[in-house]
Write a protein that binds this ligand. Structure first.
Ligand SMILES: NC(=O)c1ccc[n+]([C@@H]2O[C@H](COP(=O)([O-])OP(=O)(O)OC[C@H]3O[C@@H](n4cnc5c(N)ncnc54)[C@H](OP(=O)(O)O)[C@@H]3O)[C@@H](O)[C@H]2O)c1
Length: 161
């Protein structure tokens, strides 16, 4: 099973502000739906709570939270760790696990990721949540698609020589 991070990132690294997205780009929401369709989606508890409509339909939703008594609807999984979340995805015979944020969960998943699917957003919002630092030299661009003002780029982790 491949681990795929999907994020929309501003030029200044910002991904969120006050618990939600600092922009509204319907083309990016459509892109997320397409990339995550039929794959399990792993997200942090705060991102889960930020979803306007939850669970995300027709996909296994996995929410990471340390709160053992955190209630989620039937069919949604709460996991105490990233490892447990990925085990659940593997048990569902998924070929790809989509890591949908936010920043804390991206940080946990980045060392495990095979692929990054980044939407580059031209804004520089004054947000409070940022994509974790990553070394672009460790990744090669596999696909790049411009849909002004957005750019959708798929990166694959380079094989270690
Ligand atoms: N631009 C994008 O693509 C994008 C995507 C997703 C989200 N966002 C934005 O990002 C922001 C939310 O991100 P965030 O970093 O604040 O929160 P988050 O990563 O969504 O969720 C954080 C929560 O996850 C749980 N968690 C984190 N690390 C854990 C660990 N090691 N073990 C177990 N549970 C753990 C904790 O839940 P408990 O407190 O319940 O224990 C923690 O409070 C929002 O503004 C959202 O809109 C942006």
């Amino acid at each position: 099973m491949e681990v795929v991070l999907v994020a929309a990132v501003a030029r200044n690294g910002c991904i969120g502000s006050q618990g939600s997205l600092p922009w509204h780009y319907p083309a990016d929401l459509r892109h997320f739906r397409r990339v995550s369709a039929s794959h399990p989606v792993v997200m942090g508890r705060r991102t889960w709570e930020s979803l306007p409509r939850r669970p995300l339909p027709r996909r296994l939703n996995v929410v990471i939270s340390r709160q053992a008594d955190y209630a989620v609807p039937t069919g949604v999984c709460r996991c105490p760790t990233m490892a447990a979340a990925l085990s659940i995805c593997r048990a569902s015979e998924a070929t790809r696990a989509i890591i949908a944020g936010g920043a804390e969960v991206y940080r946990l998943a980045l060392p495990l990721a095979d692929e990054l699917v980044i939407t580059w957003v031209p804004d520089t919002p004054a947000g409070d949540t940022f994509f974790p630092p990553w070394n672009q030299g460790d990744w090669e661009v596999r696909d790049r698609r411009c849909q002004p003002p957005l750019e959708f780029v798929t990166y694959r982790r380079r094989a270690v020589p």
